[in-house]
Design a binder for this molecule. Structure first.
Ligand code: KG4
Ligand code: ZN
Length: 337
């Protein structure tokens, strides 16, 4: 097949991102992070939509310029159709479809969670997973164990019944008075703390599923109780609290991942999504891999949290298979994988 030049657009939450890819090689990958949400301790959907509108043209122009191409050379545009915040999705989706229509090129709707997984196939120095493999996809809105039989053939074999792992990080950060998003900050503080200092309950969820809402409540009550005894409890123990919470979340995630690997007899294990940027999780995957004879796949940092490169690579695989969309498709806040 001839080479394909694809523009990817991601706008499902609070990052406006655009990337240009030639087959599986990234030429440009630009993300504008919306700082506005920090002071509210979480993403404010209305503000996110407005910020996407401000950012989308400059971000796309910057990506095209950095790639050193002309927009008339682009073969197709891939964009996140869902899942995510509807207002945010509508901005990126409407822009992408209108631009593709103007250029008279195919439009490719992309599932955000599938894109997190396919980020593994972006051209890098490292080995690519072989099919079938399992992927633990951990983000701010999802926690799933997925069996991948082909680039576009996925089966969710376990998922959270309530909160996502990223939410567990973000909500803990809020309880501790740390800024949003909480994951990166907890990760940083945890590196200086004792992970075995405090114990939190590990919830019980059936089969290969997860549950994180009980952990959040457990942490909240624990902190409230300790603060009554010592108002400086958080300040004096912050690193240990973060390390212990992170350890608990990682333990919960791995318990089911190990089970999934033995149940499906698959020992190629990948991680993806924003929480896969966590240094403790990455380290644990290496350790479990060595212990269990797994072949492990850890994405580069820039492809863990939301980015448009993953949308573009998914668009590439869909284009190759002829899976294009229509200019009148509509964005979906909820969407199964
Ligand atoms: O995939 P992502 O960027 O957006 C969604 O699709 O939701 O994931 C965002 C989530 C947030 O909950 C954030 O706190 C978490 O990823 N996160 C981390 C780290 N970096 C981002 N969690 C733990 N450790 C990190 N280093
Ligand atoms: Zn994401």
């Amino acid at each position: 097949m001839n080479t394909k030049l694809i523009l990817g657009i991601e706008s499902s939450c609070d990052d406006t991102a655009a990337a240009v890819i030639r087959n599986d090689k990234i030429l440009a990958n630009i993300t504008a992070t919306q700082a506005i949400h920090e002071k509210y301790g979480g993403v404010v959907p209305e503000l996110a939509s407005r910020a996407h509108q401000q950012n989308i043209v400059p971000v796309i122009n910057a990506a095209i310029e950095k790639a050193g191409v002309s927009k008339h050379e682009i073969d197709a545009i891939a964009y996140t159709i869902g899942p995510g915040l509807l207002g945010s999705l509508l901005v990126g989706g409407s822009f992408a479809r209108a631009m593709a229509m103007g250029l008279n090129i195919p439009i490719i709707p992309v599932n955000h969670m599938q894109a997190h997984i396919l980020a593994h196939f972006i051209q890098t120095e490292s080995e690519k997973p072989q099919f079938p493999f399992l992927c633990l996809t951990v983000s701010g809105g999802h926690t799933q164990i997925v069996k991948i039989s082909d680039h576009l053939k996925t089966e969710v074999i376990g998922e959270t019944l309530d909160d996502a792992a990223g939410e567990a990080f973000d909500k803990t950060a809020k309880i501790l008075g740390l800024p949003y998003p909480g994951g990166p900050m907890i990760d940083q503080l945890a590196q200086k703390g004792n992970a075995h200092r405090f114990k939190f309950t590990e919830p019980k969820a059936p089969d290969l599923n997860y549950s994180f809402s009980g952990l959040k409540t457990n942490i909240l009550y624990f902190i409230q109780k300790e603060l009554k005894k010592n108002p400086l409890f958080i300040d004096e123990n912050l690193n240990d609290i973060c390390a212990s919470v992170q350890e608990t979340i990682i333990n919960i995630l791995f318990k089911k991942l190990i089970l999934a690997s033995s149940k499906y007899r698959i020992n190629q294990i990948a991680i993806a999504g924003g929480v896969s940027a966590n240094s403790g999780l990455r380290k644990r995957l290496e350790e479990e891999g060595t212990k269990r004879n797994w072949e492990v796949f850890i994405p580069p940092f820039e492809y863990c949290t939301d980015n448009a490169a993953m949308i573009a690579i998914t668009g590439y695989f869909k284009l190759v298979k002829g899976e294009t969309g229509s200019y009148s498709d509509t964005s979906l806040s909820r969407m199964p994988l």
